[in-house]
Ligand binder design. Structure first.
Ligand code: SAM
Length: 275
């Protein structure tokens, strides 16, 4: 290691170069651009993973990832946090229902709803339950996407442990779940209503003319630059008047610059033709 062992600054520079090369190699291998995620968080998480496998540098960890699909699968699964819950932040879901979904459900024609970064499916299934209770599920196209194939497989299975369930209102619990081997399984009606699909928000094209886009608890991981690009793309993916619902730490500052306007706390409306 030479001087790097005695001069901590040289050590940091080497670490930075090692990590920067890793980011570049991962981008070439997977098309995932880690430089668009907040660096400190991402680097800390990946360092823990690398050390768990005994690699002293990211270069060695990368070589192993490129050779071993199982290790790569684990890396893709862990690079972001997948935690989700039904009715996460219940009062916001109540607001979504009363203020936005009820009027949408009263309008004629098809509804287009997208749960972006849906993780293991709790969020799109919450949407499906609300839309069904409003009599609008049959005429809704409900798209749910995530970058991670592992969480999408779990979402399609639709079986959940207690910890995802704590905020499900009793009437919905009785109507949309059955208990089996200690797990809660969503009904086939809900499963059939959601189309799960892999999509990288930072790379892949967005659909358009959506009435409602729900994208919660993923933008906190992205750099400011990546977020700005996403807000603009979300605005364009909405119909004029369509609603973007974000997470409870993800307020958008100056939404007007993206063609959005505040509609309520954590809800934004496409203002006009977008920007
Ligand atoms: C904390 S979960 C949020 C789940 C759900 N939206 C909620 O609020 O409960 C974050 C999800 O974002 C996904 N994700 C991370 N980077 C992504 C990207 N570039 N494109 C799409 N999904 C991504 C992760 O795989 C993970 O499932």
């Amino acid at each position: 290691m030479g001087e790097a062992g005695t001069n901590p600054q040289v050590g940091f520079a080497e670490d930075d170069a090692d990590f920067a090369r890793f980011v570049e190699d991962i981008r070439k291998l997977t098309s995932i651009d880690l430089s668009l995620y907040k660096e400190n968080q991402m680097r800390r998480r990946l360092t823990t993973l690398r050390l768990k496998h005994g690699f002293s540098a990211f270069s060695a960890y990368y070589e192993a990832l490129a050779r071993d699909p199982k290790l790569l699968g684990e890396f893709l699964d862990r690079m972001t946090i997948n935690v989700s819950e039904f009715w996460r932040n219940p009062n916001r879901w109540q607001m979504l229902k009363e203020r936005f979904l009820e009027p949408m459900a009263q309008r004629p024609g098809r509804l287009l709803v997208w749960s972006a970064a849906c993780s293991t499916g709790e969020e799109p299934y919450t949407l499906a339950m609300l839309l069904d209770s409003l009599g609008a599920l049959e005429r809704t196209t409900l798209l749910a996407t995530d970058i991670d194939e592992t969480v999408l497989a779990k979402a399609k299975e639709g079986a959940y442990a207690d910890r995802s369930m704590r905020d499900v209102p009793q009437e919905y619990l009785l109507r949309y779940f059955r208990q089996e081997n200690g797990m809660y399984r969503v009904t086939d009606k809900l499963k059939q209503a959601v189309r799960f699909q892999r999509q990288n928000l930072l790379l892949d094209p967005f659909p358009d003319r959506y009435d409602l886009i729900v994208c919660r608890n993923v933008m906190i991981y992205f750099t400011e630059e990546a977020k700005s690009g996403l807000y603009r793309k979300f605005a364009q993916a909405l119909k004029p008047g369509g609603i973007l619902f974000v997470g409870s730490t993800e307020q958008i500052f100056s939404p007007g610059q993206y063609g959005l306007e505040a509609a309520d706390t954590f809800f934004y409306r496409r203002a006009d033709a977008g920007v």
